[in-house]
Design a protein around this ligand. Structure first.
Ligand SMILES: Cc1cc2nc3c(=O)[nH]c(=O)nc-3n(C[C@H](O)[C@H](O)[C@H](O)COP(=O)(O)O)c2cc1C
Ligand code: SF4
Ligand code: SF4
Length: 400
């Protein structure tokens, strides 16, 4: 069966739905060549800010292996000239590769957004991305009680009055598709996405990242968590741990915006399954950042083969065939079908370890004489014991 894994944004065709997310792996020409050669459909260039500088620091990152969580606050940004030069060099080096400048205008007037965007169009950009998502800029400052008059990144993404004005200025100045990248921080994702589309954006997406405070050692709470960086701060969390939240972000955007708009999801995409899940809740394409930081780019060809095989197996001829599949089937809390049943114990497997005896909300499990027993009549059928039992000695049965 022939399958087509390409997706279209306006008149621009991406050969597959995988785009390198704006970040540290899209800052120089060598990285861009590697991403293009690794089969990625495109890459969003690292954020450039104009006027520069505004919060640009040497990078300090942590990867928490056990939690599968990446975190950072300090990060080096590009200026507009650096991003323009990279765009031009990247285009020359790999003509078919779609490079998407990720930009923020930090001046006072909305028209400045248009002027900045125009420079990228003149340099040959085919798609443009407006960064209204970064939570490490003015949003981080205001979240920690720091006075700021800045309205950048996630702060602008939550400002439903100024966001559409900035988007409209860019759309007016640019004849190419404009993506607005938003943040779930601030809880304005669906209305902000709607405002961006109404102002003329061709697509919307979300960063997925949450601000958080990981790694506090309670005996040395003021001890730096980062290497070569002092102070505890709010950090931007990304990576696989984030996936359930970002599926919700994509789902809520699709739910609010309907079937037509082009939506990019991101947050925790690292393999076939995590990408397909994003598509199933409403994404047309995905941005991948953390995984490219940890593993580079050359794992994608295998995933693309897996995607084609998966689609053939499932009878999907194009991405649209399974986009929104889960989205359409996510029930509301009031619409659940709850079936009657209870837990049953397999005495052959049970070793009377006592783990299930302690479940605080359960009065169905007894252990007289150290022998485990489940009273089906008192069982709520919550299934906590099934998941806790290390011997798989408990299962659920349905009753009528
Ligand atoms: C270190 C780092 C830097 C990032 N810088 C940018 C950026 O400059 N512009 C942007 O729009 N998103 C940026 N992001 C967000 C990513 O592009 C991506 O949307 C997010 O991290 C979630 O995806 P992931 O779990 O694959 O990393 C950055 C993420 C990380 C981890
Ligand atoms: S947790 Fe499992 S093995 Fe342990 S007592 Fe309960 S049923 Fe038996
Ligand atoms: S399913 Fe819930 S209520 Fe029933 S025995 Fe297990 S833990 Fe107790």
């Amino acid at each position: 069966m022939a399958v087509d894994i390409s997706v279209k944004l306006g008149g621009v065709r991406f050969k597959n739905p995988f785009i390198v997310g704006s970040g540290p792996t899209v800052k120089d020409l060598d990285q861009i060549k590697k991403a293009a050669d690794g089969g990625w459909a495109g890459a969003s260039i690292k954020l450039s800010i104009d006027p520069f500088p505004y919060l640009s620091l040497p990078p300090r990152y942590r990867w928490l292996r056990r939690e599968k969580m990446h975190i950072f606050t300090a990060e080096r940004r590009l200026n507009a000239d650096q991003s323009l030069a990279l765009l031009e060099a990247g285009r020359r080096a790999r003509e078919d590769f779609i490079l998407i400048p990720n930009i923020t205008y930090d001046g006072e007037d909305h028209a400045g957004w248009g002027r900045l965007a125009r420079r990228f169009v003149d340099a040959g950009a085919r798609v443009l991305e407006l960064n209204m998502c970064c939570p490490n800029m003015s949003f981080n400052l205001s979240s920690t009680g720091t006075e700021t008059t800045k309205n950048t990144g996630a702060s602008l993404g939550n400002d439903l009055e100024n966001l559409p004005k900035a988007v409209a200025a860019v759309v007016e100045a640019c004849p190419i598709p404009v993506i607005v990248k938003l943040s779930p921080e601030g809880n304005q994702l669906p209305p902000a996405a709607y405002a961006a589309l109404r102002a003329g954006a061709a697509g919307v997406g979300h960063t997925g990242n949450r601000l958080g405070i990981p790694g506090i050692d309670i005996r040395r709470p003021l001890e730096p968590f980062y290497h070569l960086q002092d102070q505890v701060t709010l950090g931007c969390l990304s990576g696989p741990w984030l996936e359930p939240l970002t599926l919700r972000d994509t789902y809520q955007m699709r739910h609010a915006l309907g079937t037509e708009p082009f939506i990019l999801g991101s947050g925790g995409v690292r393999d076939l399954d995590s990408a397909v899940r994003q598509i199933m809740v409403g994404a047309d394409a995905v941005w991948v950042c953390s995984e490219t930081m940890l593993r580079g780019f050359d794992w994608l060809p295998g995933v693309l083969e897996e995607l084609k095989a998966y689609m053939a197996e499932m009878g999907y001829s194009e991405i649209r065939d399974f986009r929104d599949l889960l989205h359409r089937n996510i029930a509301s809390a009031g619409g659940l079908t709850i079936r009657e049943g209870h837990a049953v114990l397999d005495r052959e497997k049970c070793v009377d370890c006592g783990i299930c005896w302690k479940i605080g909300h359960c009065s169905a499990i007894s252990h007289e004489g150290g022998v485990t027993l489940i009273d089906g009549g008192r069982c709520l059928a919550c299934s906590t014991c099934v998941d806790l039992c290390p011997k798989r000695a408990i299962s659920m049965i349905e009753t009528r």
